[in-house]
Design a protein around this ligand. Structure first.
Ligand SMILES: Cc1cc2nc3c(=O)[nH]c(=O)nc-3n(C[C@H](O)[C@H](O)[C@H](O)COP(=O)(O)OP(=O)(O)OC[C@H]3O[C@@H](n4cnc5c(N)ncnc54)[C@H](O)[C@@H]3O)c2cc1C
Length: 408
């Protein structure tokens, strides 16, 4: 879905436009992958950056449909589940990144693998639906959920390509590309999430849900799970808390959560703010321009929206410091960036070294934090939506808003 305006206003307008269809119509039609995707919301890029919150989507759907919104609400909560699951097991993200690099090393020296991988990424496998989805993904930045499942299944079980390369292909092109939702969905298809359970794409199912546009031949008839890897035990859930409004604070806004309004509502008055995006960290290869443009645009929207409350702002997109409007904000920004390298996947922690070579966490920093008061009510134990801890050297506290998926 190219052409999405990366603003909260556009996301809310999209939500308002879709909400009337979020009840029974969604439950009945959501599996159909049709041109124009009439039965799904297309909200994912907005939720991914938290320009629109899960709680707002759920409330809008339930207000109009009551219990009939159940299917839609369940899908929204899948995202929350994936985010929380990954937050407790950051090693799964690190292992995935290692797997991508190892697979790319193989691509460099194995001509057959390189040929098949390139064919899958450029829409030249000869499997018509695969080639269509590959081109759709690259040209629009979006794929329907069912197409993502079929694509991943064919990639793994028919083409027998490393799953990490498929997940990487998605992350380079999806505007909603999310380390938790994407990595864990690929793992689920491959049988690495639920032991023994894989997802097998079949020609009949594809034909039924694409209105007969595709009926691929030669798909794998079985999907034996890939060998299970070691999943680290969950670490303790980060604790939430409420920011101390009386304490001087600096705010880090990063691309994983640009909905900082609730911190301001709690009385937080930042002395300065650092705004960071690093979508290029989603892959060792080049990330599509529309992906970076949406992330940057979303961060700019948040900065504009909250401008009156942020204090001096230091902006750092893709490692380029584009604005250091005040000495003070630059100083605070450096401290925040160091801390962000540790904590925010969407910021420097996404696979790059933190920008500063010194410590990545301020001395004597401690963690308790604010938690988003308007949560879903039943959010998983893993979801910690904000943190606040003192940046002792700057003499200010730091509020870092967001579900910080995978600390570095
Ligand atoms: C292999 C694979 C990779 C995926 N990669 C991503 C990704 O990188 N980022 C991402 O946001 N989603 C990912 N998904 C989940 C899902 O496909 C998309 O969230 C959904 O297609 C987005 O379209 P929509 O907003 O129109 O969804 P709708 O059907 O309108 O759903 C509303 C919202 O619920 C959430 N949601 C819906 N289905 C799922 C799901 N199965 N898992 C998690 N959240 C869901 C999304 O936030 C979505 O915006 C992936 C799924 C698979 C099978």
């Amino acid at each position: 879905m190219l052409g999405l305006a990366p603003t909260r206003a556009a996301g809310l307008a999209r939500l308002a436009g879709f909400a009337p269809r979020a009840g029974r119509a969604y439950a009945a039609g959501r599996n159909a992958d049709l041109a124009g995707h009439p039965h799904v919301s297309g909200l994912s890029a907005y939720v991914r950056h938290r320009l629109v919150l899960e709680s707002e989507i759920v409330a809008a759907a339930q207000a109009l449909h009551g219990p009939a919104a159940q299917k839609f609400v369940a899908e929204v909560l899948w995202r929350t589940y994936w985010k929380g699951w990954m937050e407790l097991r950051p090693g799964v993200w690190q292992a995935y990144r290692h797997g991508v690099r190892a697979a790319l090393d193989r691509v460099a020296v194995e001509a057959g693998l390189r040929r098949d991988w390139q064919a899958a990424c450029t829409g030249a496998t000869g499997i018509d639906c695969m080639d269509h989805w590959s081109r759709e993904l690259v040209s629009t930045g979006y794929l329907h959920n069912h197409a993502r499942m079929w694509f991943a299944s064919i990639w793994v079980f028919t083409l027998r390509l490393p799953w990490q390369l498929g997940a990487d292909f998605f992350l380079r092109h999806l505007t909603d590309g999310d380390p938790a939702a994407n990595t864990l969905s690929w793992r689920w298809v491959a049988g690495l999430h639920t032991p023994g359970k894989t997802y097998l794409a079949t020609a009949d199912n594809i034909a039924r849900h694409t209105d007969g546009r595709f009926r691929p031949e030669g798909l794998a008839r079985a999907a034996a799970p890939l060998p299970m890897d070691d999943v680290p035990p969950p670490r303790p859930a980060p604790r939430g808390g409420v920011p101390d409004a009386g304490q001087p604070a600096a705010l880090l806004l990063h691309e994983d959560d640009l909905g900082a309004e609730f911190l301001l509502d709690l009385g937080l008055a930042p002395v300065a703010t650092a705004v960071m995006t690093a979508p290029e960290g989603r892959s060792p290869l080049i990330v599509a321009p529309h992906v970076a443009a949406f992330a940057t645009g979303a961060a700019e929207d948040a900065t504009r929206r909250l401008a009156a409350h942020l204090g001096p702002v230091a902006v750092d997109h893709h490692g380029e410091r584009v604005d250091r409007s005040a000495r003070r904000s630059g100083r605070v920004g450096r401290g925040l960036r160091r801390a962000a390298g540790r904590h925010a996947l969407g910021a420097r922690g996404a696979g790059r070294r933190p920008p500063c070579r010194h410590r990545t966490r301020p001395r004597r920093a401690r963690h308790p934090a604010g938690s988003r008061p308007a949560g879903l009510g039943r959010r998983p134990v893993a979801a910690c939506d904000a943190r606040l801890f003192p940046v002792s050297r700057q003499g200010v506290a730091m509020a870092c808003c967001g579900t910080l998926t995978v600390p570095g």
